[in-house]
Design a protein around this ligand. Structure first.
Ligand SMILES: NC(=O)c1ccc[n+]([C@@H]2O[C@H](COP(=O)([O-])OP(=O)(O)OC[C@H]3O[C@@H](n4cnc5c(N)ncnc54)[C@H](O)[C@@H]3O)[C@@H](O)[C@H]2O)c1
Length: 247
């Protein structure tokens, strides 16, 4: 998807979690628009993935993140945008009442989704401090509607939204914007691992626009927040779910 008059030519974008699912769609969109894209993920992108560089990064490792940022700056001279898409989602396991979530599972989800997002932001700030930049965090509409069965995941995404506001306030004076895109339930492979078809269909039917939400529906919002068109928008969360929840 290319926004009118918005070429990404010459821009340098890092996408964490860009190897699969929603992240891979975001990567493909930036590549198509001409950006230099670095996929920072634990997993390698599929062989047929869009043309992008790959850096093996665990977002809970400051060392991995710093090495990726240093290599990107050495190769491209700067980082214009960071999209924080990496999270524990597909591997959450089955839905469970909150009393049955184990401490280790809770800690893992919070460590990757909340702490890892903060670590990735910290890592790119020095590379953005001189010229400014844009950070886009991927939250989830679950932070608003409190979906049952994933209390740790819902809490982690609410933390991402609080972090978005705190980082926006602290980094604004340095010319860095920080916003979040909160997708509703996306009809993708990860969602089908976690939910049965009836649940996905019910989510679609509750929307103002009653259809499935696909990764391609998210790329416009991500591109908007990652570019200068949104240069004076910061600390905001944009829900993209066909009008499932209104905020
Ligand atoms: N699919 C949905 O319905 C949905 C809805 C709302 C929000 N989201 C969010 O969208 C984002 C992408 O979701 P998805 O459906 O593509 O999920 P996914 O599980 O398919 O993709 C997550 C990606 O993050 C990577 N990752 C996980 N832990 C990592 C770590 N420690 N370091 C680096 N990379 C790591 C994985 O390798 C994977 O490529 C996530 O933030 C998810 O919470 C998804």
């Amino acid at each position: 998807m290319t926004l009118p008059n918005e070429s990404e030519s010459g821009r340098v974008v890092v996408v964490t979690g860009g190897a699969a699912g929603i992240g891979a769609e975001i990567v493909a969109d930036f590549v198509e628009a001409g950006a230099e894209v670095v996929v920072a993920d634990l997993a390698e992108p599929a062989a047929d993935a869009a043309k992008a560089e790959y850096a093996r990064v665990d977002i809970t490792s400051d060392e991995d993140l710093q090495a990726m940022v240093a290599a990107t700056v050495e190769r491209h001279g700067r980082i214009d945008a960071l999209v924080n898409c990496a999270a524990v989602y597909r591997t959450l396991g089955g839905k469970r009442p909150l009393e049955e979530i184990g401490l280790a599972d809770w800690d893992l989800v919070m460590r990757v989704n909340a702490r890892g997002t903060w670590q990735a932001i910290k890592a790119v700030v020095p590379a953005m401090a001189e010229r400014g930049g844009h950070i886009v965090n991927i939250s989830s509409s679950t932070a608003r509607n409190g979906s049952s069965g994933f209390a740790h995941y819902v809490a982690s995404k609410a933390a991402v939204e609080g972090l978005t506001r705190a980082a926006a306030r602290e980094l604004g004076p340095r010319g860095i914007t920080v916003n979040a895109v909160a997708p509703g339930l996306v009809d993708d492979e990860a969602t089908r691992v976690l939910n049965d078809a009836a649940y996905v269909a019910a989510a679609s039917s509750r929307r103002a626009v009653p259809r499935s939400l696909y990764p391609a529906d998210l790329v416009g919002a991500v591109r908007f927040f990652s570019g200068d068109a949104a240069g004076f928008v910061t600390g905001q969360v944009l829900v993209v779910d066909g009008g499932g929840v209104f905020v």
